[in-house]
Design a protein around this ligand. Structure first.
Ligand code: GAP
Length: 462
């Protein structure tokens, strides 16, 4: 078991960030609900993503397409035939495992074997490896030969009978963007190069569990399809500028430590056949370096596939030259829930008997907590309430706490990631000043109530 991940999982449950889904029925595999603090953090991440990649830019528009699309979409995209993981089955327990994950675990125990690149292995090569090294299941039992297992969730529409009723829950948000490409062109004033971005739920029938919200059945993606003319644009330069934008978002906007981030280029064998170049921005999670955010140059593959399968012309007509062509695409695609887990891991600190989530204030579920020094003095409580209401009236996310003593309240807010605590004490009643305590330094400032809003604004927007 991973100690840091266990600690974070426990804190997330205890403080209302994340709960196991359907816990009262024993839970549902690889599924989690976001509690009162968690949903605020999740929303903050989505809001920052939207602002940075859609609202702030002149070359981006947003979209919100459906989870269920016409099933032909997934035939055209290749998901119906090749969106699959190699799975083996434990011959005794019938539990399924990903063949690549079993090989990865085996290699970790046999560090003398260094020349195996799992990403490059075909399903037959995995089968040979598992057989040659007599790899067993985690329960120590024999396993079956790996088989391809499609990740798309299937469901059925009530209005059509038989096979024609099959629809899929989307495996990525990207295809809703491609299928609306012409609508966006026809209904807006966009000109190449431009991008369409959306945030939304995607679904994959994942069988791997035990990595908390890193890999779940249901998750949110923030995907961008950036369309351009391959004749007029240097794709390598464009690709690099999107890598820089991703890096900026993670390090500067979310405040993540750069030592915990690295780029990994996909090998030729690993890369999808339609992609000319793919990189993963990886984060050092407690279970190793793993993909956080992918960026791929998908060429004109997707639009061409949809032209072929729908029969609709999805070409772009250059308004100056009149030339018509199928635009090419660069796709930065991230999992919002992975950003969430990264934010928890990266901000989790234990110091001087305190557990602190040192989240950037822009991410913190609550920005300020307000306390009366003691809960049984009416005047203090009333004054604290007026400060609480003042901060709320200025749209700050404010928490109220009057339980236990001040020390316990500080510890509780530290765990919740609240950057500042405001205490109303007897001096407040005399001179209208309050104590503001900083989560990260524990330093305390004495501030006039009339200056509080400016004070927080200056810290928040520093
Ligand atoms: N349209 C391209 C695409 O979907 P992907 O690498 O399969 O590419 C993009 O997914 C991102 O979505 C990943 O980098 C990851 O952050 C996130 N993601 C993928 N599968 C996930 C899962 N089962 N649970 C949580 N996040 C996932």
């Amino acid at each position: 078991m991973n100690n840091l991940l266990d600690q974070i999982t426990a804190l997330a449950k205890r403080r209302g960030f994340i709960y196991p889904t359907s816990e009262i029925y024993g839970g549902l595999t690889s599924s989690y609900d976001y509690g009162p603090l968690g949903v605020e953090l999740l929303n903050n991440i989505k809001r920052l993503w939207w602002k940075e990649f859609i609202t702030k830019r002149d070359d981006m528009v947003g979209l919100d397409s459906q989870i269920m699309l016409r099933p032909e979409t997934w035939v055209a995209s290749g998901h119906v035939t090749s969106f699959a993981d190699p799975l083996v089955e434990d011959k005794v327990t019938n539990k399924r495992y990903r063949a690549d994950h079993l090989i990865e675990a085996w290699l970790q125990q046999h560090q003398d074997i260094k020349d195996v690149v799992i990403e490059n292995m075909s399903i037959d090569e995995m089968a040979e490896f598992l057989q040659t090294h007599a790899v067993k299941s985690p329960d120590g039992n024999d396993i079956t030969r790996p088989k391809s297992f499609n990740l798309l969730f299937e469901t059925h529409l009530g209005v059509v009978a038989g096979e024609k009723s099959t629809v899929y829950l989307r495996g990525e948000t990207a295809q809703g963007i491609f299928s609306n490409f012409k609508n966006v062109l026809d209904s807006t004033r966009v000109k190449l190069p431009f991008g369409i971005g959306q945030i939304g739920k995607s679904f994959r029938n994942e069988i791997t569990s035990g990595q908390f919200v890193f890999r779940t059945l249901e998750f949110e993606q923030g995907e961008i399809e950036y369309f351009f003319d391959p004749e007029g644009t240097d794709w390598e330069q464009l690709f690099k500028s999107w890598q820089d934008a991703m890096w900026h978002f993670v390090t500067s906007t979310l405040g993540i430590n750069i030592e915990n981030l690295r780029w990994r280029k996909h090998t030729d064998k690993e890369r999808s056949h339609y992609s000319k170049d793919t990189y993963d921005l990886e984060y050092h999670f407690p279970f190793g370096w793993k993909e956080l955010w992918g960026i791929a140059y998908r060429t004109d593959y997707d639009l061409k596939q949809h032209i072929q399968y729908s029969g609709v012309d999805l070409q772009y007509r250059d308004p100056v030259s009149g030339r018509t062509f199928v635009p090419h695409v660069i796709e930065p695609a991230v999992g919002i829930n992975r950003l969430f887990l990264m934010a928890l891991v990266d901000s989790f600190v234990e110091k001087e008997k305190r557990t602190v989530l040192q989240l950037k204030p822009q991410l913190a579920p609550k920005l300020v907590a307000v306390f009366p020094l003691v809960a049984n003095k009416e005047e203090l409580v009333a004054k604290a309430h007026s400060v609480y209401k003042l901060l709320k009236a200025h749209d700050l996310a404010v928490a109220w706490d009057e339980r236990g003593n001040i020390g316990k309240r500080y510890l509780s807010q530290d765990e919740a990631g609240t950057p500042w605590c405001v205490t109303i004490d007897y001096d407040t009643l005399k001179d209208d000043t309050v104590t503001v305590r900083d989560r990260d330094t524990t330093k305390q400032d004495r501030i006039k109530i009339t200056k509080l809003i400016d004070y927080f604004h200056s810290l928040f927007f520093e």
